[in-house]
Ligand binder design. Sequence first.
Ligand SMILES: Cc1cc2nc3c(=O)[nH]c(=O)nc-3n(C[C@H](O)[C@H](O)[C@H](O)COP(=O)(O)OP(=O)(O)OC[C@H]3O[C@@H](n4cnc5c(N)ncnc54)[C@H](O)[C@@H]3O)c2cc1C
Length: 365
Amino acid sequence: MRAARPVDVFVLGLGPAGARAAAAAAHRGLGVLAVDRKLEAGRPVQCAEFVPALIGIDVAQLAGSVRQGIRAMDTFVEDKAPDRTQPFPGQMIDRAAFDARLVDGARAAGAQCHFATRVRAIAPDGRVTLDDASCIAPRVLVGADGPRSLAGRAIGRANRELVETRQVTVALGRAHDATDVFLSSAIPGGYGWLFPKGDVANVGAGVERAHMGRLKAIVAQLHARLAAEGRVGREVLALTGGAIPVGGMVKPWGRLGDTLVLLAGDAAGLTNPVTGAGIASAVHSGALAGDAAAAFVGGDGAACLDYEDELEALFGASLARAVRRRRELAQSAADAAALRRGWIAYPEYWMGTDHLSPVSTGDKP
Ligand SMILES: Cc1cc2nc3c(=O)[nH]c(=O)nc-3n(C[C@H](O)[C@H](O)[C@H](O)COP(=O)(O)OP(=O)(O)OC[C@H]3O[C@@H](n4cnc5c(N)ncnc54)[C@H](O)[C@@H]3O)c2cc1C
Protein backbone atom coordinates (compact mmCIF):
# COMPACT_ATOMS: atom_id res chain seq x y z
CA MET A 1 0.00 0.00 0.00
CA ARG A 2 1.24 3.52 -0.86
CA ALA A 3 1.97 5.95 2.02
CA ALA A 4 -1.06 8.00 2.93
CA ARG A 5 -0.88 11.74 2.29
CA PRO A 6 -1.82 13.68 5.44
CA VAL A 7 -4.23 16.58 5.05
CA ASP A 8 -6.19 18.73 7.51
CA VAL A 9 -9.52 18.44 5.72
CA PHE A 10 -10.60 16.15 2.91
CA VAL A 11 -13.90 17.12 1.29
CA LEU A 12 -15.72 14.36 -0.57
CA GLY A 13 -18.02 15.91 -3.17
CA LEU A 14 -17.98 19.37 -4.73
CA GLY A 15 -21.68 20.14 -4.94
CA PRO A 16 -22.94 23.15 -2.97
CA ALA A 17 -22.28 21.53 0.42
CA GLY A 18 -18.75 20.40 -0.39
CA ALA A 19 -17.71 23.60 -2.15
CA ARG A 20 -18.89 25.70 0.78
CA ALA A 21 -17.22 23.40 3.32
CA ALA A 22 -13.94 23.57 1.38
CA ALA A 23 -14.15 27.37 1.17
CA ALA A 24 -14.93 27.81 4.87
CA ALA A 25 -12.15 25.49 6.06
CA ALA A 26 -9.57 26.95 3.67
CA HIS A 27 -10.60 30.45 4.64
CA ARG A 28 -9.66 29.56 8.23
CA GLY A 29 -6.17 28.60 7.13
CA LEU A 30 -6.51 24.80 6.92
CA GLY A 31 -5.02 22.61 4.21
CA VAL A 32 -8.03 21.44 2.19
CA LEU A 33 -8.21 18.81 -0.52
CA ALA A 34 -11.60 18.41 -2.20
CA VAL A 35 -12.57 15.96 -4.95
CA ASP A 36 -15.55 15.11 -7.12
CA ARG A 37 -16.04 12.29 -9.61
CA LYS A 38 -17.81 14.65 -12.04
CA LEU A 39 -15.73 15.90 -14.93
CA GLU A 40 -16.72 19.50 -14.19
CA ALA A 41 -18.62 21.37 -11.50
CA GLY A 42 -22.38 20.98 -11.54
CA ARG A 43 -22.65 18.88 -14.72
CA PRO A 44 -24.75 16.97 -15.44
CA VAL A 45 -27.38 19.10 -13.70
CA GLN A 46 -29.68 17.01 -11.50
CA CYS A 47 -31.95 19.73 -10.20
CA ALA A 48 -35.13 21.72 -10.90
CA GLU A 49 -33.06 24.85 -10.08
CA PHE A 50 -35.36 26.79 -7.74
CA VAL A 51 -33.93 28.51 -4.68
CA PRO A 52 -35.76 30.61 -2.10
CA ALA A 53 -35.03 34.35 -2.14
CA LEU A 54 -33.31 34.33 1.24
CA ILE A 55 -30.41 32.20 0.03
CA GLY A 56 -29.04 35.27 -1.78
CA ILE A 57 -28.33 37.08 1.43
CA ASP A 58 -25.23 35.08 2.22
CA VAL A 59 -24.29 33.45 -1.05
CA ALA A 60 -22.78 36.11 -3.25
CA GLN A 61 -22.17 33.54 -5.99
CA LEU A 62 -25.90 33.34 -6.57
CA ALA A 63 -26.08 36.72 -8.27
CA GLY A 64 -24.48 35.69 -11.58
CA SER A 65 -26.41 32.41 -11.73
CA VAL A 66 -29.97 33.76 -11.59
CA ARG A 67 -32.02 33.16 -14.75
CA GLN A 68 -35.36 34.53 -13.61
CA GLY A 69 -37.28 35.64 -10.54
CA ILE A 70 -40.19 33.74 -8.99
CA ARG A 71 -43.00 35.59 -7.22
CA ALA A 72 -45.64 32.95 -6.56
CA MET A 73 -46.41 29.25 -6.28
CA ASP A 74 -49.42 27.72 -8.06
CA THR A 75 -50.57 24.43 -6.54
CA PHE A 76 -52.81 22.13 -8.58
CA VAL A 77 -54.62 19.51 -6.49
CA GLU A 78 -55.72 16.75 -8.89
CA ASP A 79 -57.58 18.45 -11.78
CA LYS A 80 -58.73 21.52 -9.84
CA ALA A 81 -57.85 25.09 -10.77
CA PRO A 82 -54.61 26.16 -9.08
CA ASP A 83 -54.38 27.78 -5.66
CA ARG A 84 -51.95 30.71 -5.78
CA THR A 85 -49.52 31.36 -2.94
CA GLN A 86 -48.11 34.86 -3.12
CA PRO A 87 -45.65 36.15 -2.15
CA PHE A 88 -43.46 33.11 -2.68
CA PRO A 89 -40.20 34.83 -3.57
CA GLY A 90 -37.34 32.94 -5.10
CA GLN A 91 -35.11 32.53 -8.09
CA MET A 92 -34.55 30.08 -10.86
CA ILE A 93 -30.84 29.58 -11.26
CA ASP A 94 -28.45 28.01 -13.70
CA ARG A 95 -27.41 25.25 -11.32
CA ALA A 96 -24.24 24.33 -13.20
CA ALA A 97 -23.08 27.96 -13.15
CA PHE A 98 -23.98 28.24 -9.46
CA ASP A 99 -22.00 25.12 -8.51
CA ALA A 100 -19.04 26.28 -10.61
CA ARG A 101 -19.02 29.65 -8.87
CA LEU A 102 -19.03 27.99 -5.46
CA VAL A 103 -16.04 25.90 -6.51
CA ASP A 104 -14.29 29.06 -7.75
CA GLY A 105 -14.91 30.50 -4.28
CA ALA A 106 -13.34 27.45 -2.62
CA ARG A 107 -10.29 27.67 -4.88
CA ALA A 108 -9.96 31.39 -4.21
CA ALA A 109 -9.91 30.62 -0.48
CA GLY A 110 -7.00 28.23 -1.05
CA ALA A 111 -8.68 24.81 -1.29
CA GLN A 112 -7.30 22.30 -3.80
CA CYS A 113 -10.30 21.14 -5.83
CA HIS A 114 -10.02 18.21 -8.23
CA PHE A 115 -12.65 16.85 -10.60
CA ALA A 116 -12.72 13.50 -12.39
CA THR A 117 -11.52 12.02 -9.10
CA ARG A 118 -13.61 9.34 -7.45
CA VAL A 119 -13.30 8.14 -3.89
CA ARG A 120 -13.16 4.39 -4.12
CA ALA A 121 -13.14 3.48 -0.43
CA ILE A 122 -13.08 4.86 3.10
CA ALA A 123 -11.31 2.59 5.57
CA PRO A 124 -12.32 2.08 9.23
CA ASP A 125 -9.25 4.11 10.26
CA GLY A 126 -10.44 7.10 8.19
CA ARG A 127 -8.04 6.69 5.27
CA VAL A 128 -9.51 7.54 1.91
CA THR A 129 -8.54 5.70 -1.28
CA LEU A 130 -8.99 7.46 -4.61
CA ASP A 131 -9.57 5.75 -7.93
CA ASP A 132 -5.88 6.12 -8.88
CA ALA A 133 -5.12 4.06 -5.71
CA SER A 134 -3.56 7.05 -3.94
CA CYS A 135 -4.38 7.30 -0.25
CA ILE A 136 -5.24 10.31 1.95
CA ALA A 137 -5.13 10.47 5.75
CA PRO A 138 -7.34 13.43 6.78
CA ARG A 139 -7.84 14.88 10.26
CA VAL A 140 -11.39 15.68 9.18
CA LEU A 141 -13.37 14.08 6.38
CA VAL A 142 -16.35 16.13 5.20
CA GLY A 143 -18.88 13.85 3.53
CA ALA A 144 -20.70 16.09 1.06
CA ASP A 145 -21.27 13.31 -1.41
CA GLY A 146 -25.01 13.47 -1.85
CA PRO A 147 -27.96 11.19 -1.07
CA ARG A 148 -26.10 7.87 -1.37
CA SER A 149 -23.14 9.06 0.65
CA LEU A 150 -20.12 6.78 0.92
CA ALA A 151 -18.93 8.81 3.92
CA GLY A 152 -22.32 8.37 5.58
CA ARG A 153 -22.21 4.63 5.02
CA ALA A 154 -18.68 4.47 6.45
CA ILE A 155 -19.97 5.82 9.79
CA GLY A 156 -23.28 3.95 9.64
CA ARG A 157 -25.38 7.04 8.85
CA ALA A 158 -26.89 6.33 5.45
CA ASN A 159 -30.11 7.97 4.23
CA ARG A 160 -32.67 5.19 4.44
CA GLU A 161 -35.58 6.77 2.56
CA LEU A 162 -35.13 8.12 -0.94
CA VAL A 163 -37.50 9.49 -3.55
CA GLU A 164 -36.62 9.00 -7.22
CA THR A 165 -37.11 11.78 -9.75
CA ARG A 166 -37.23 12.32 -13.49
CA GLN A 167 -37.24 15.69 -15.25
CA VAL A 168 -37.36 17.00 -18.80
CA THR A 169 -36.40 20.48 -19.92
CA VAL A 170 -38.73 21.86 -22.58
CA ALA A 171 -39.47 25.17 -24.30
CA LEU A 172 -41.77 27.44 -22.30
CA GLY A 173 -44.73 28.69 -24.33
CA ARG A 174 -45.31 31.94 -22.45
CA ALA A 175 -43.48 33.75 -19.66
CA HIS A 176 -44.40 32.56 -16.17
CA ASP A 177 -43.25 33.77 -12.76
CA ALA A 178 -44.59 31.01 -10.51
CA THR A 179 -43.45 27.53 -9.61
CA ASP A 180 -46.28 25.13 -10.50
CA VAL A 181 -46.78 22.11 -8.25
CA PHE A 182 -49.04 19.16 -9.17
CA LEU A 183 -50.39 17.06 -6.30
CA SER A 184 -52.15 13.82 -7.12
CA SER A 185 -52.74 10.37 -5.70
CA ALA A 186 -51.29 9.19 -9.02
CA ILE A 187 -47.89 10.63 -7.95
CA PRO A 188 -47.29 8.65 -4.75
CA GLY A 189 -44.83 10.04 -2.24
CA GLY A 190 -43.98 13.08 -4.32
CA TYR A 191 -45.37 15.65 -6.72
CA GLY A 192 -45.10 16.94 -10.26
CA TRP A 193 -43.61 20.32 -11.13
CA LEU A 194 -43.20 22.94 -13.79
CA PHE A 195 -40.51 25.46 -12.90
CA PRO A 196 -40.04 28.23 -15.49
CA LYS A 197 -36.53 29.34 -16.40
CA GLY A 198 -36.63 32.12 -18.97
CA ASP A 199 -37.65 30.59 -22.29
CA VAL A 200 -37.49 27.00 -21.01
CA ALA A 201 -39.10 25.07 -18.17
CA ASN A 202 -38.11 22.13 -16.00
CA VAL A 203 -41.00 19.66 -15.90
CA GLY A 204 -40.69 16.63 -13.68
CA ALA A 205 -41.91 14.45 -10.86
CA GLY A 206 -40.67 12.53 -7.87
CA VAL A 207 -42.17 9.34 -6.47
CA GLU A 208 -41.49 6.76 -3.79
CA ARG A 209 -38.87 4.24 -4.91
CA ALA A 210 -41.51 1.50 -4.92
CA HIS A 211 -43.27 3.33 -7.78
CA MET A 212 -40.16 4.08 -9.83
CA GLY A 213 -41.41 1.91 -12.65
CA ARG A 214 -44.23 4.40 -13.24
CA LEU A 215 -42.07 7.53 -13.15
CA LYS A 216 -41.38 7.75 -16.88
CA ALA A 217 -45.10 7.53 -17.68
CA ILE A 218 -46.01 10.06 -14.95
CA VAL A 219 -43.62 12.67 -16.35
CA ALA A 220 -44.63 11.93 -19.95
CA GLN A 221 -48.28 12.40 -18.99
CA LEU A 222 -47.63 15.71 -17.22
CA HIS A 223 -45.52 16.91 -20.15
CA ALA A 224 -48.24 15.90 -22.65
CA ARG A 225 -50.91 17.70 -20.61
CA LEU A 226 -48.86 20.91 -20.42
CA ALA A 227 -48.02 20.69 -24.13
CA ALA A 228 -51.70 20.19 -25.00
CA GLU A 229 -52.48 23.32 -22.97
CA GLY A 230 -49.91 25.20 -25.06
CA ARG A 231 -47.77 25.95 -22.03
CA VAL A 232 -44.66 24.04 -23.12
CA GLY A 233 -43.14 22.57 -26.26
CA ARG A 234 -43.29 18.88 -27.10
CA GLU A 235 -39.60 18.47 -27.83
CA VAL A 236 -37.47 17.28 -24.91
CA LEU A 237 -34.35 19.43 -24.76
CA ALA A 238 -32.72 17.71 -21.79
CA LEU A 239 -33.44 14.81 -19.46
CA THR A 240 -32.24 14.31 -15.90
CA GLY A 241 -33.19 12.80 -12.57
CA GLY A 242 -31.74 11.54 -9.34
CA ALA A 243 -32.47 10.58 -5.78
CA ILE A 244 -33.68 12.86 -2.99
CA PRO A 245 -33.35 11.90 0.68
CA VAL A 246 -36.72 12.13 2.43
CA GLY A 247 -36.13 10.50 5.80
CA GLY A 248 -34.92 13.62 7.60
CA MET A 249 -31.61 14.45 9.22
CA VAL A 250 -29.17 11.68 10.09
CA LYS A 251 -26.66 12.13 12.92
CA PRO A 252 -24.17 14.31 11.04
CA TRP A 253 -20.88 13.10 12.46
CA GLY A 254 -18.92 10.05 13.48
CA ARG A 255 -15.36 8.90 14.11
CA LEU A 256 -13.17 6.61 12.03
CA GLY A 257 -10.04 6.08 14.11
CA ASP A 258 -8.61 9.55 14.77
CA THR A 259 -10.50 11.04 11.83
CA LEU A 260 -13.61 13.10 12.47
CA VAL A 261 -16.29 12.62 9.81
CA LEU A 262 -18.82 15.41 9.29
CA LEU A 263 -21.77 15.00 6.92
CA ALA A 264 -23.31 17.98 5.10
CA GLY A 265 -26.10 18.65 2.62
CA ASP A 266 -27.93 15.65 1.15
CA ALA A 267 -25.44 13.29 2.82
CA ALA A 268 -26.78 14.52 6.17
CA GLY A 269 -30.41 14.15 5.01
CA LEU A 270 -31.05 17.91 5.10
CA THR A 271 -33.20 18.11 1.96
CA ASN A 272 -36.79 18.92 2.79
CA PRO A 273 -38.69 15.60 2.57
CA VAL A 274 -41.85 17.30 1.25
CA THR A 275 -40.53 19.91 -1.19
CA GLY A 276 -37.28 18.21 -2.15
CA ALA A 277 -35.51 21.55 -1.70
CA GLY A 278 -31.92 21.01 -0.60
CA ILE A 279 -29.71 23.66 -2.16
CA ALA A 280 -30.10 26.19 0.66
CA SER A 281 -29.52 23.64 3.41
CA ALA A 282 -26.52 22.21 1.51
CA VAL A 283 -24.98 25.66 1.26
CA HIS A 284 -25.55 26.50 4.92
CA SER A 285 -24.56 23.13 6.35
CA GLY A 286 -21.46 23.03 4.15
CA ALA A 287 -20.21 26.32 5.55
CA LEU A 288 -20.93 25.15 9.10
CA ALA A 289 -19.09 21.87 8.46
CA GLY A 290 -16.05 23.80 7.23
CA ASP A 291 -16.11 25.94 10.37
CA ALA A 292 -16.53 22.86 12.58
CA ALA A 293 -13.61 21.16 10.83
CA ALA A 294 -11.43 24.19 11.54
CA ALA A 295 -12.50 24.23 15.19
CA PHE A 296 -11.70 20.51 15.54
CA VAL A 297 -8.26 20.81 13.95
CA GLY A 298 -7.69 23.80 16.23
CA GLY A 299 -8.21 21.55 19.27
CA ASP A 300 -11.94 21.85 19.98
CA GLY A 301 -12.99 18.24 20.56
CA ALA A 302 -16.64 19.27 20.97
CA ALA A 303 -16.86 20.90 17.53
CA CYS A 304 -18.86 17.96 16.17
CA LEU A 305 -21.48 18.28 18.92
CA ASP A 306 -21.78 22.02 18.28
CA TYR A 307 -22.17 21.25 14.57
CA GLU A 308 -24.98 18.79 15.27
CA ASP A 309 -26.67 21.32 17.58
CA GLU A 310 -26.47 24.04 14.94
CA LEU A 311 -27.98 21.82 12.26
CA GLU A 312 -30.74 20.76 14.63
CA ALA A 313 -31.49 24.39 15.52
CA LEU A 314 -31.53 25.49 11.89
CA PHE A 315 -33.30 22.59 10.21
CA GLY A 316 -34.64 20.24 12.88
CA ALA A 317 -38.18 21.57 13.28
CA SER A 318 -38.75 22.07 9.57
CA LEU A 319 -37.47 18.58 8.73
CA ALA A 320 -39.43 16.95 11.54
CA ARG A 321 -42.66 18.56 10.34
CA ALA A 322 -42.02 17.51 6.76
CA VAL A 323 -41.18 13.92 7.74
CA ARG A 324 -44.39 13.77 9.78
CA ARG A 325 -46.56 15.19 6.98
CA ARG A 326 -45.04 12.78 4.47
CA ARG A 327 -45.78 9.80 6.66
CA GLU A 328 -49.33 10.97 7.35
CA LEU A 329 -49.96 11.32 3.64
CA ALA A 330 -48.49 7.88 2.92
CA GLN A 331 -50.83 6.34 5.47
CA SER A 332 -53.91 8.19 4.19
CA ALA A 333 -56.22 7.72 1.23
CA ALA A 334 -54.38 10.62 -0.48
CA ASP A 335 -57.66 12.42 -1.17
CA ALA A 336 -57.71 16.18 -1.79
CA ALA A 337 -57.78 17.03 1.93
CA ALA A 338 -54.81 14.79 2.67
CA LEU A 339 -52.87 16.14 -0.29
CA ARG A 340 -53.43 19.70 0.96
CA ARG A 341 -52.35 18.84 4.48
CA GLY A 342 -49.20 17.36 3.03
CA TRP A 343 -48.14 20.44 1.09
CA ILE A 344 -46.49 23.68 2.28
CA ALA A 345 -48.87 26.01 0.42
CA TYR A 346 -51.79 25.19 2.73
CA PRO A 347 -52.35 26.37 6.30
CA GLU A 348 -53.18 22.79 7.32
CA TYR A 349 -49.56 21.85 6.69
CA TRP A 350 -48.35 24.36 9.28
CA MET A 351 -51.01 23.63 11.89
CA GLY A 352 -50.52 21.22 14.70
CA THR A 353 -50.44 20.86 18.42
CA ASP A 354 -46.81 19.88 18.35
CA HIS A 355 -44.01 22.19 19.40
CA LEU A 356 -42.59 22.44 15.90
CA SER A 357 -42.30 25.77 14.20
CA PRO A 358 -41.08 26.59 10.69
CA VAL A 359 -37.43 27.55 10.47
CA SER A 360 -35.28 29.36 7.99
CA THR A 361 -34.85 26.73 5.28
CA GLY A 362 -36.90 28.90 2.98
CA ASP A 363 -39.57 26.30 2.41
CA LYS A 364 -42.39 28.18 4.09
CA PRO A 365 -44.37 30.39 1.76
C1 LIG B 1 -34.37 16.15 -10.04
C2 LIG B 1 -34.02 16.96 -8.82
C3 LIG B 1 -34.54 18.23 -8.70
C4 LIG B 1 -34.20 19.02 -7.58
N1 LIG B 1 -34.67 20.31 -7.53
C5 LIG B 1 -34.30 21.11 -6.51
C6 LIG B 1 -34.72 22.47 -6.49
O1 LIG B 1 -35.39 22.98 -7.39
N2 LIG B 1 -34.32 23.23 -5.44
C7 LIG B 1 -33.56 22.73 -4.41
O2 LIG B 1 -33.24 23.47 -3.46
N3 LIG B 1 -33.14 21.44 -4.42
C8 LIG B 1 -33.48 20.63 -5.45
N4 LIG B 1 -33.03 19.34 -5.49
C9 LIG B 1 -32.15 18.86 -4.42
C10 LIG B 1 -30.74 19.43 -4.58
O3 LIG B 1 -30.29 19.22 -5.89
C11 LIG B 1 -29.79 18.79 -3.56
O4 LIG B 1 -30.37 18.93 -2.28
C12 LIG B 1 -28.42 19.42 -3.57
O5 LIG B 1 -27.74 19.17 -4.78
C13 LIG B 1 -27.58 18.89 -2.41
O6 LIG B 1 -26.27 19.38 -2.51
P1 LIG B 1 -25.05 18.50 -1.97
O7 LIG B 1 -23.83 19.31 -2.18
O8 LIG B 1 -25.38 18.00 -0.62
O9 LIG B 1 -25.03 17.19 -2.89
P2 LIG B 1 -24.82 17.05 -4.45
O10 LIG B 1 -25.18 18.29 -5.16
O11 LIG B 1 -25.49 15.78 -4.84
O12 LIG B 1 -23.25 16.87 -4.59
C14 LIG B 1 -22.63 15.68 -4.21
C15 LIG B 1 -21.39 15.51 -5.06
O13 LIG B 1 -20.65 14.39 -4.58
C16 LIG B 1 -20.07 13.75 -5.68
N5 LIG B 1 -19.76 12.37 -5.30
C17 LIG B 1 -20.62 11.42 -4.82
N6 LIG B 1 -19.96 10.28 -4.56
C18 LIG B 1 -18.65 10.49 -4.90
C19 LIG B 1 -17.48 9.68 -4.86
N7 LIG B 1 -17.50 8.41 -4.41
N8 LIG B 1 -16.31 10.23 -5.27
C20 LIG B 1 -16.27 11.51 -5.71
N9 LIG B 1 -17.35 12.32 -5.77
C21 LIG B 1 -18.52 11.82 -5.36
C22 LIG B 1 -21.13 13.84 -6.77
O14 LIG B 1 -20.56 13.72 -8.06
C23 LIG B 1 -21.72 15.22 -6.52
O15 LIG B 1 -21.14 16.21 -7.33
C24 LIG B 1 -33.36 18.51 -6.58
C25 LIG B 1 -32.85 17.21 -6.69
C26 LIG B 1 -33.17 16.43 -7.81
C27 LIG B 1 -32.62 15.04 -7.91
